[in-house]
Design a protein around this ligand. Sequence first.
Ligand code: SAH
Length: 397
Amino acid sequence: MMSTARVKIKSSDKSIKGGSPLIVSDAVSYVDKGLAEGTIIEAVDESGKFIGKGYYGKQNKGIGWILSRNPKERIDQSFFEKKLKAAFKDREPFFEDPLTTAFRVFNGEGDGIGGVTMDYFDGYYVINWYSEGIYQFKEFILQALRNLTDFKGIYEKKRFAEKGTYIEDDDFVEGERAQFPLIVQENGIHFATYLNESAMVGVFLDQREVRKAIRDKYSEGKRVLNTFSYTGAFSVAAVLGGAVKTTSVDLANRSRSKTQEQFSINGIDYESQDIIVEDVFNYFKYAVRKKLLFDLVILDPPSFARSKKHTFSAGKDYPALLEQAIAITEKNGVIVASSNCSTFGMSKFKGFIEKAFRQTGGKYKILEEHRLPEDFKTIKEFREGDYLKVVILKKLP
Ligand code: SAH
């Protein structure tokens, strides 16, 4: 792990020299073949001048991350501890909030170390490793956690199998094992989490502010359709906000029992809500046939999904998805359009909305916009890290 290698960056590169920490393979003119994951690397320009140092670790389009622009800085225990300490300090308001016990405590490059994130769940930490390279620094990061926190337990997700998928394993690392479901809170909403089941633990923490908005401003007396509902987190927020009825639609079988559980732990009778295990695109057709209309429609599809009949790619198919949602939204109804796809930004996303309404011949008004919440810290030099786009809009008559 402690060997060092040089990586040459093309003179045409602007992004790394401009401060982006991701070493994209397209920007590299030379790198030793067969470098071990976790090798410390020094990025230099074509003339050999120092740009930054970091580690070798393959992740999507990158071969590693720059961790420091200071040639003298050592990538050692104290480096990791310093970064974690600063990140924890930033999250103090979250640690102190009794109504929110789950949040992100370390957000990769946003907190100075690309390739690793860490979430807090009521005393337990879940570390996400995005490359085998960063995994080589595991002991430094664990030691930093031991020094800085009195955690109950630590879990990990190794997200670096082929194509970045998750390696199925016992995710428990150390401390005490949690009892599952581990119930956490977010602005007073309860969520059942399972830190040791799969890559997804039951709730996506980056949507906290959107759930709050749905509960506090858009649900009272409304009929709500939540598509791609997963464990029904948005539906729970809607019922707590006074929705008369929610309909949650997700293709995955597990979504039914998971959604029932999220309702139950919030004191909601799940029998009074509709939970439908079905392809959303079929459900839209059914709703049109039955002339169903909703006052609030939530769209939060994955960036890419393949079902039996459909392939959905957000960058291409979002406008068509929206068109179908518009068709079953009541006049003056509200649509929550969300995308976590990192290949396009907010302005392109708004273009999708514009296009969908142009196709349907309708008018709309944007009520609010959301990006990643504060605990999902991002840096302006790495815009792909700022992936979340949520637009809440009103369908005008
Ligand atoms: N909105 C959710 C997160 C969505 S995750 C939340 O707030 O927690 C994406 C979900 O989309 C997954 O649960 C997956 O099963 C579901 N999904 C993917 N393709 C689908 C399709 N064609 N129809 C219905 N659900 C789909």
